[in-house]
Design a protein around this ligand. Sequence first.
Ligand code: MV4
Length: 490
Amino acid sequence: MEKILIANRGEIACRIMRTCREMGIATVAVYSDADRNAKHVKMADEAICIGPPPSNQSYLIGDNIIEAAKKTGAQGIHPGYGFLSENPEFARKVKNAGLTLIGPSPESMEVMGSKLAAKNAVKNYNIPLVPGTEYAISSYEEARTKGLEIGFPILIKASAGGGGKGMRVVYNEEEFEENLQRAQSEALSAFGDGSVFLEKYLAESKHIEVQVLCDSHGNFIYLFERECSIQRRHQKVVEEAPSAVISPEMRKIIGNHAVNVAKACNYLGAGTVEFIYEPGGGIYFLEMNTRLQVEHPVTEMITGVDLVREQINIARGLPISFKQEDLKINGHAIEVRVYAEDPSNEFLPDIGRLIEYTVPVGDGIRVDDGFEKGDDIPIYYDPMIAKLIVHAENRESAINKMIDAIDQYQIGGIETTLHFCKFAVNHPTFRDGSFTTKFVEKYFNPEVLKINDEESLQLAAIMAAKIAEERNQIPQVASKPLSPWKHSRS
Ligand code: MV4
């Protein structure tokens, strides 16, 4: 494999190209009309336009992407995350075109794409599952009988759902039947599959996931866990590795569970096995994500492994470059996601031009981004513009480094979630590790960010006074008025 097409955009396309370059592999970018001048296009050796801005007319058209690979002579396709990355049909088409998809087989994607099929696949491996049904509910009578056995609160989940889509919490029998019907019809219209199942709802729990790598030589390796409990509407905000609450003994146990889940679906490449952990209770397998994840850098920071390099070598038929015994956890890493959203305005996407953009620098600071100063943030895609990752010798130093890095990060022209991220990592509940997936709901309201705003206002007042002082000493030069803070949306 000497040339790889990256079937993605933004930070992840840039991230993948960085490793390709280090490996001496040529890169092909694909782009929509909205991304003509994007960073990932400039970074690539070659670039091909695959359609108009909406992703269902460009980044989601598998045939056009395969055509672009053939035309440029790329032998491999890296799908990144999102878009076509977990689409078994696309994986099959890539194979049939004589190309290599850097990812698992279409069969693995199919099994893990269905939560019920996934639960069935792991049956013989003694993997702990949340109390619930391992089959689709066919009638309310059946649901009621099973539900009373499980006990409220109950979570109704769509088998074909993912990332929190198609979930409904039921607190008592009275609201059960209506919620069941709603969940089934929502699942049918959203995924074309109305299958739903029941689980005991673990309200105050932690999201723990284990990174795995599997090669074609029978090696299955776990690269420890990440904790991603701080989420907002199923969008992760803060991720870290390792988790503050997983003991070394438990780490081994869940690592082995994760490897067994991967074995159960004949997995190949990089994957993530998701668990839910109830502190003081159990830890249970939820689902497997058959792609490279957004938060993979925190695992790279604590293990020293380049996951994209391993993915590419595995796709080439090479073995993983290390053994399980070679791995150890080095320090602590935290990632925050920088979204072009306004936390004080219900997190509405804030599009516009990056008129100021300076990334933090320093030892153990990594920024994975897909934009440059002067770029316009398009409205058509995910609003995540960058990931800020820090690595330090322990968790407390990592938190402090993150706060310092956030303070250094300068973004003007659009609102971002950076303030919100600072609020989260600086919160006592984050610092002491006791936070759960309820963190944002419990502790966040737009008022908490105003404290920061007042600080900035004070700072702005001091700076304004200083500038006025300088202007009295230096002859004034006429300049066009330009607000550095906000650009019109036109
Ligand atoms: C759960 C759960 C509690 N109990 N399952 C959400 C996404 C999907 N990957 C699995 N998810 C969850 N499954 C049981 N039985 C909690 C979550 C969950 C969550 C739920 C509500 C609000 C935010 C959440 C964040 C992470 C996980």
